[in-house]
Ligand binder design. Structure first.
Ligand SMILES: Nc1ncnc2c1ncn2[C@@H]1O[C@H](COP(=O)(O)OP(=O)(O)O)[C@@H](O)[C@H]1O
Ligand SMILES: [Mg+2]
Length: 192
């Protein structure tokens, strides 16, 4: 079995990115998941003392590096190749800038309820798909960081594991697809 095979082929890695796997002893998918999950737990600890503004490109890259830096050489760097999800590589930076500006504007002007701002943030970020991998996880965490900034509890994300193939993950992806058409009701219902 190929450890690089994605559950739904959403973001298969390029050959070069596969070469970026740091831990050579990893031989299967569950070891890889475990390493990544450990890194994410480390990142959560680092976040407890973070005072930086989360709505910036440099913060996003730093957070990705904290989450995945033990596992991937390219952690913290944006992707340079096209994927079946996400904007063209040269549009990642401008699209992120627009997104962060929109979020700041929505917060200042109460354009949407706070929770909806966090949900829209998640959807737009995962649509841009800035990194070779880890986009779902970092975009869910970024939305939760915005919730924390609002003084609200983390979103519940269907209260299950969204990283592996499951009925729950299917519901989540379906809700993202509806959001692609500008209708956020399904995604709002999903995260609760
Ligand atoms: N059609 C889709 N199929 C799969 N994932 C999608 C789709 N549309 C959006 N996504 C998002 O992309 C994420 C998968 O991208 P990926 O970079 O592999 O993230 P991660 O490694 O954290 O799961 C999903 O969790 C989801 O948020
Ligand atoms: Mg993935």
């Amino acid at each position: 079995m190929n450890i690089f095979e994605t559950d739904d082929n959403s973001t298969p890695l390029t050959e070069e990115e596969k070469q970026g796997l740091k831990a050579g002893w990893i031989t299967n998918r569950s070891e890889l998941n475990e390493m990544e999950t450990a890194g994410i737990a480390e990142a959560e600890i680092w976040l407890m003392t973070n005072k930086k503004d989360i709505l910036s490109e440099s913060f996003l890259k730093t957070l990705h590096k904290k989450m995945f830096g033990e596992v991937w050489l390219w952690a913290g760097s944006f992707r340079t190749t096209e994927r079946n999800i996400g904007v063209a590589p040269y549009n990642i930076q401008p699209e992120l800038r627009k997104l962060f500006d929109d979020i700041k504007y929505w917060i200042e002007n109460n354009t949407y309820p706070q929770k909806e701002i966090a949900i829209r943030f998640h959807h737009r970020l995962v649509q841009i798909h800035p990194f070779p991998n880890g986009n779902g996880r970092i975009s869910r965490l970024m939305a939760d960081l915005l919730m924390r900034k609002f003084g609200l509890p983390d979103l519940n994300w269907g209260s299950g594991d969204l990283t592996e193939i499951s009925e729950l993950r299917k519901q989540y992806i379906d809700a993202l697809r509806v959001a692609d058409r500008g209708d956020y009701t399904a995604l709002i219902g999903f995260v609760k």
